[in-house]
Design a protein around this ligand. Structure first.
Ligand code: FAD
Length: 390
């Protein structure tokens, strides 16, 4: 491996999605390197998608709130929208990046080592870097959950919803979708629009987020729904306070997490699914085997299906042990629970100077870490820690 350039930076941020960009924006007074492809995960989603999260929960975070979605929209002469189109959000993030984080190094980290209190990073372009502090902001896309019954199937027969930028190849095909979260439901709607014959198979009844009072009654609505809008009424204010959440007993946190991220679809999506796409509820796929050019599915309700393709809307399970660039000597130093790094209030792991933000911080700070809305607290905490030490 050639060492093209060697440099020491105070902080290196791995990832240039909403979390990496927000952390870097908060570190504007500190020498910081940001690595990754800006908004890579979002650019890999089907372009006809809309955000599930509401307007008030979808701004990236800079210290003064200067580069908000509101400001971007008003500069473009637009207004608040009920459902934010994916391409609008990507344009907004690019506008944020240009102003708040102009320098991003478009390279992947292939190895991260920790020796004598310093981090060494190898990059996909052959470069080597050193850093005093590293913030891992790689999102969850590299941790798709694939159930056992689908693990050995070829990609032509079974895929995860996260595998597709376009779904037009499925025109005329029969596709069974497993799951009832936003990804599964929206993928079903797009596939239907693309001319596929779709069926949704869900263990539990499909739930549509109601938010009956959302935005209707001014101050009353604001009491019921924090701007972050993660979790059901009653738990949503707790989810909006991740530092408080991190102090709760782990069992309580887990229960809140499970209740807050249960699969559900946004209300605006409902007319595109209800009455248009068959839904089998209360059943799960227990076996999937190749048959002819397609797949034969056996369901827990005793029925079976013959389909061309199985689409897994089964979500993501972040696991620090599966991060391919973490050096094997670093892993034993890293305390984890169930695949999540154990973090202190600064989002810092048991390896001093190594932080995790976004989905990987979810077990400590709760479900907000799975959403853009959690980027502000994470960025503030990391930057406070850096300021404290500088
Ligand atoms: C279909 C779908 C819809 C969603 N809708 C919403 C929504 O409406 N609202 C919401 O708040 N959230 C939504 N989410 C969740 C959303 O993905 C997260 O909120 C958000 O992307 C988290 O940001 P992040 O910065 O942690 O990760 P990501 O956005 O995934 O960014 C990860 C970054 O890490 C970089 N990276 C990865 N590996 C490396 C490496 N080895 N070296 C260098 N860089 C690396 C990538 O290039 C990228 O820049 C959705 C997710 C999906 C899958």
């Amino acid at each position: 491996m050639t060492t093209l350039q060697k440099r020491t930076e105070a902080v290196t941020v791995i990832g240039a999605g909403p979390y990496g960009l927000s952390v870097a924006a908060h570190l504007r007074d500190v020498p910081t390197v940001v690595l990754g492809e800006p908004m890579e995960s979002w650019r890999a989603m089907p372009s006809r998608m809309y955000l599930k999260s509401v307007w008030s929960a979808s701004s990236l975070a800079d210290p003064d709130g200067t580069f908000s979605l509101d400001r971007f929209s008003s500069e473009r002469g637009g207004a608040t929208r009920d459902a934010i189109p994916l391409d609008f959000f990507i344009d907004y993030a690019e506008w944020f990046r240009r102003q708040a984080v102009p320098d991003v190094t478009h390279a992947k980290v292939t190895q991260l080592c920790h020796r004598d209190g310093e981090f060494r990073l190898l990059l996909s372009d052959g470069r080597e870097m050193q850093a005093d502090r590293v913030v891992v902001a790689i999102g969850v896309r590299q941790f798709p959950y694939v159930p056992d019954f689908a693990r050995d199937l070829p990609a032509s027969l079974a895929s995860h919803t996260g595998d597709h930028v376009s779904l037009s190849d499925f025109r005329g095909s029969s596709v069974a979708i497993v799951g009832a979260g936003q990804s599964a439901l929206e993928t079903a709607a797009i596939l239907h629009d693309e001319g596929a014959r779709v069926e949704i198979i869900s263990r539990k009844p499909v739930v549509w987020i109601k938010r009956i009072l959302y935005g209707r009654y001014g101050p009353v609505s604001r009491l019921l729904y924090p701007p972050t809008d993660v979790g059901p009424p009653g738990l949503n204010w707790l989810c909006a306070a991740p530092l408080l959440m991190s102090r709760l007993p782990v069992g309580v946190r887990r229960k809140i997490e499970l209740r807050s991220i249960r699969p559900a679809g946004a209300q605006w999506l409902r007319p595109r699914v209800d009455g248009r796409i068959p839904i089998t509820e209360g059943a799960e796929v227990i076996e999937a085997s190749p048959a002819g050019d397609g797949l034969s599915l056996r369901l827990s309700d005793g029925t079976s299906r013959q389909v061309d393709h199985l689409m897994l809307g089964t979500g993501y399970r972040p696991d620090v042990r599966k991060i391919s660039f973490l050096d094997s000597a670093l892993l034993p130093e890293l305390a984890e629970s169930d695949g999540f790094p154990v973090l202190n209030q600064w989002f810092e792991s048991s390896v001093p100077g190594l932080h995790f933000v976004g989905g990987l911080a979810g077990r400590t700070f709760g479900p907000i870490c799975r959403f853009v809305a959690g980027a502000r607290v994470a960025a503030q905490q990391v930057s406070r820690r850096v300021a404290e030490l500088n």
